[in-house]
Ligand binder design. Structure first.
Ligand code: NAI
Length: 308
């Protein structure tokens, strides 16, 4: 198994590190446009092999796509991240050009790869990749909902003072501060609805904190986060590589599911060796359905920017 991560910045490097530590591949190639960056980070990371107990080979590449040849999974994190006060949507113009160029180069050497899009605005970049690359829809997966759900469970655990590992919850819809939908009604503490433990007001606060989870970190750190994003991508990669059939909310191309067509948006999907294998249809309440439709409208407006 060979996995390529494009973009050796904060998220890409953390993702490669997680993939190596979990021994998900024989080789991880880290590619970046910036001279020397990926080679340096790859070597530094490979030097942790005897310390962290893995034997995955990590190779760097300054824009030489031949080194990525034969990758089965490719993660695209290249692009610019947001600065404090910026929305993910403001990144659209620059990142669209980067994502398209990178994905085309990748496919020249790895035509069978499953492509994971991380660059923001992620739903729009995933849609762009689907439209431009002509790949089967199941091989293009946008990662955002796994991260947002991890943040949701973390905020729930802080509010309830219990382990996040006993909590289940999902965030669907767009991967944006105003478009994501933390499904508070369906969240459980080991199968028991969290509404049994938290007041409606507290639950709404958890949802609000989740929605601005990324912005909160950007404000604190000065740039966007990387530990949880990198780990979230590796968790998605793991389900593909080990064919685990785990259910995660991912941005995938919808063709009528959840009442939406011709859009990539976060919905629960089964992730396995074939990429996203099946969309899980949740029974949403009327209010949740309306919020999902609103989220889709906002993402569609952003997608339209691509053609202007
Ligand atoms: P970063 O600035 O640390 O790294 C980006 C890297 O991409 C840089 O090293 C840059 O040299 C490289 N790059 C730019 N153009 C390239 C090209 N044409 N070919 C190859 N490499 C290129 O940024 P960071 O923090 O790693 O974030 C990366 C992207 O991921 C951003 O768009 C950010 O908004 C997004 N993001 C998405 C998340 C999600 O849940 N979907 C979570 C966190 C970040």
């Amino acid at each position: 198994m060979k996995i390529t991560v494009v973009g050796a910045g904060a998220v890409g490097a953390t993702c490669a590190d997680n993939i190596a530590r979990r021994q998900l591949a024989q080789e991880v190639v880290l590619l970046d446009i910036k001279e020397g960056l990926s080679e340096g980070k790859a070597l530094d990371m490979f030097q942790t092999a005897t310390l962290n107990g893995f034997d995955t080979k990590i190779t760097g590449s300054t824009n030489d796509y031949e080194k990525t040849k034969g990758s089965e999974v490719v993660v695209i994190t290249s692009g610019i991240p947001r600065k404090p006060g910026m929305t993910r949507e403001e990144l659209i113009g620059i990142n669209a050009g980067i994502v398209k160029g990178v994905a085309e180069n990748i496919l020249k050497y790895s035509p069978k790869a499953i492509i994971i899009i991380v660059s923001n605005p992620m739903d729009t970049m995933t849609y762009l990749a689907f439209k431009e690359l002509g790949l089967p829809k199941k091989r293009i997966i946008g990662m955002g909902g796994i991260l947002d759900s991890a943040r949701f469970k973390t905020y729930l655990s802080m509010a309830m003072n219990v382990s996040p590992n006993d909590l289940h919850g999902m965030v669907i819809g767009g991967h944006g501060d105003t478009t994501m939908i933390p499904l508070t009604r369906l969240a459980t503490y080991n199968g028991i609805p969290v509404s049994r433990f938290l007041s409606e007001e507290k639950l709404q606060q958890v949802a609000a904190d989740t929605m601005v989870g990324g912005a909160t970190l950007t404000k604190l750190i000065g740039t966007s986060a990387w530990y949880a994003p990198g780990a979230a991508v590796a968790t998605l990669v793991e389900s593909i590589v080990r064919d685990q059939k785990r259910i995660f909310p991912c941005s995938v191309y919808l063709n009528g599911e959840y009442g939406q067509k011709d859009i990539c948006l976060g919905v629960p999907v089964v992730i396995g060796a074939g990429g996203w294998e099946k969309i899980i249809s949740l029974r949403l309440s009327e209010a949740e359905k309306a919020t999902f439709a609103k989220s889709a409208d906002a993402v569609r407006t952003m997608n339209n920017v691509l053609s202007t």
